[in-house]
Design a protein around this ligand. Structure first.
Ligand code: ATP
Ligand code: LTN
Length: 334
């Protein structure tokens, strides 16, 4: 990959806080792969973010490599994109500290993810959890990012990032590129299969609510057959039909059809036919990803080579921004 290109830049990250779900794939990682042809991309495994919730150290190490392996298995190419682990590039933590001094207590208190997570982990409402979006702003702004592909749940954090960038630029003159969110039209919010009014989340206590990228075909089929729907019986999107609307979105993405085409295909048919069809389409979509991930996890040397080279490239780019920021705020050059 050439060092500097005219291509616009993309940054995104996924936390190694558990096993990746179909929501992570359809909302984010799938788009990472599509975007790498057109943009200069950096994709990070955000381990610093993951420890805002208590993690078992051995699990965290394993999950970090799993996310990297799944990036590769989903088609991210280390020749095209920079793939790295956040804690390997200290500039993320350094810029986060600086940006903390330009982020307001009030605006951080309004973040819905903070409110959700602090009620879910009420025994551990630590300063890192509160500060999470500032670290995310640092991730994005360090690389002069133009576009950030994420699921819709992260939109508020990107708006905050823009506010912080604008504030800093306003005080010190143009320093950071103003990033834009990239939210997919279908798949931006995949819902739980058990409670389709809530987002599919890997930390759901009911494993029937989520599909993991590593789930076995029989588990995927079982979870879709048990998916909560409604008593209306028609396969159309609409209010009060969150479960079916979600399954239509999933089937559309797995088969490359539009939601309208899916509705037409299943007009006059029932849920007993539709649910297994969704399951089969997802099994086929995920099969190559699961097999490739398993292969890659047997090749730790290769994974190490990818993340080592990725961190070197990322550090070089990050340093440029950090030097500029240090100069602007008035730190003496070392
Ligand atoms: P947790 O469930 O532990 O809170 P998470 O899965 O929401 O974690 P990440 O792993 O950091 O958080 O998310 C990675 C990416 O996946 C983000 O861009 C996020 O917006 C996206 N994403 C997560 N869940 C969904 C979902 N259900 N539908 C669409 N996109 C999602
Ligand atoms: N907060 C994100 C993960 C994340 C991220 C980022 C996404 C951390 N840093 C920078 C995009 C850009 C989440 O999905 N929970």
């Amino acid at each position: 990959m050439s060092e500097t290109t005219d291509k616009k830049r993309i940054f995104s990250g996924v936390q190694p806080s558990g096993k990746l779900t179909l929501g992570n794939y359809l909302g984010a990682i799938r788009n990472f792969a599509m975007l790498q042809e057109e943009y200069e991309c950096l994709y990070c495994v955000v381990d610093l973010h993951a420890i805002t919730v208590r993690q078992n150290p051995a699990d965290l190490r394993r999950q970090t490599l799993e996310v990297l392996a799944q990036y590769l298995a989903c088609g991210l190419d280390p020749e095209k994109s920079t793939l790295f682990i956040q804690s390997h590039v200290p500039a993320h933590a350094e810029l986060a500290w600086i940006l903390n001094c330009y982020s307001m207590f009030g605006e951080l208190s309004r973040m819905t993810q903070f409110k959700d997570k602090s009620s879910k982990h009420s025994d551990n409402v630590n300063a890192g959890l509160f500060d999470y979006p500032v670290l995310m702003a640092a991730d994005i702004l360090l690389y002069q990012t133009d576009l950030v592909p994420v699921g819709v749940d992260q939109l508020q954090h990107i708006e905050l990032t823009r506010n912080i960038a604008q504030r800093f630029n306003g005080i010190y003159s143009e320093t950071f590129t103003m990033p834009e969110p990239y939210i997919p039209k279908t798949g931006a919010k995949i819902m739980s299969l058990q409670d389709p009014t809530r987002k599919m989340s890997k930390s759901d206590e009911n494993a029937n609510g989520f599909i993991l990228l590593m789930d076995k075909p029989e588990d995927i089929m079982r979870k879709f057959k048990r998916a909560v729907t409604d008593s209306d019986g028609r396969i159309v999107r609409g209010e009060g039909k969150e479960g079916i609307s979600n399954l239509i979105a999933i089937y559309a993405l797995a088969t490359g059809k539009t939601p309208e085409e899916v509705e037409a295909e299943f007009a006059g048919k029932g849920y007993a036919e539709f649910k297994p069809a969704v399951g089969e389409a997802v099994v086929e979509m995920l099969r190559p990803i699961r097999e490739k991930t398993e292969d890659l996890l047997r090749n730790k040397d290769y994974l190490q080579q990818v993340y080592t080279e990725g961190a070197q490239r990322a550090s070089y780019m990050a340093r440029k921004t950090l030097d500029k920021v240090y100069r602007k705020v008035g730190f003496i050059k070392r």
